[in-house]
Design a protein around this ligand. Structure first.
Ligand code: SF4
Ligand code: SF4
Length: 137
């Protein structure tokens, strides 16, 4: 059964020109949805993606990625929400197109971040007056 994983890949300076995504699609039968990328030749690079495929193909594909010295962060993507800095002002809510930032408990009125729903549009980064939303690249 196909599954989807959200990952942030970090390319060190020496690996930015390798056709990693091409091989993931062609050799491992994976569907790649790129949310955001910053890869400049001769510099470090970041790629935030959804990977869809059979679990075993994803594991094999990720082994291939690691063997090419590309680091995988499966727990955090490019957009970060710092709950320590968030004052729950709600300014970001109307700017978030997917409701990744939302008030779920109407009693506490706390703004919660759901990483799964985030599409990395960065609208919250521009609209958070307290720097609670930021990008790692
Ligand atoms: S705008 Fe910033 S401080 Fe205000 S609720 Fe959103 S993330 Fe929190
Ligand atoms: S990056 Fe976009 S989708 Fe993600 S939390 Fe911020 S506003 Fe919402």
């Amino acid at each position: 059964m196909a599954t989807t994983k959200k990952l942030c890949l970090f390319f060190p300076k020496s690996e930015t020109e390798k056709p990693i995504i091409y091989h993931l699609v062609k050799d491992y039968n994976l569907i790649i949805n790129i949310f955001r990328a910053k890869i400049t030749p001769e510099e470090e690079g970041y790629l935030v993606i959804d990977v869809t495929g059979e679990e075993k193909d994803i594991e094999r594909g990720m082994d291939f990625v690691r063997k090419n010295n590309v680091a995988i962060n499966a727990t955090h993507r490019g957009l970060q929400h710092d709950s320590e800095k968030c004052v729950h002002c709600g300014n970001c809510l109307s700017h978030c197109p997917t409701k990744a930032l939302a008030v779920k408990d109407t009693k506490t009125r706390k703004v919660e971040f759901d990483e799964i729903l985030c599409i990395e549009c960065l609208a919250c980064v521009k609209n958070c007056p307290f720097g609670a939303c930021y990008s790692i690249f």
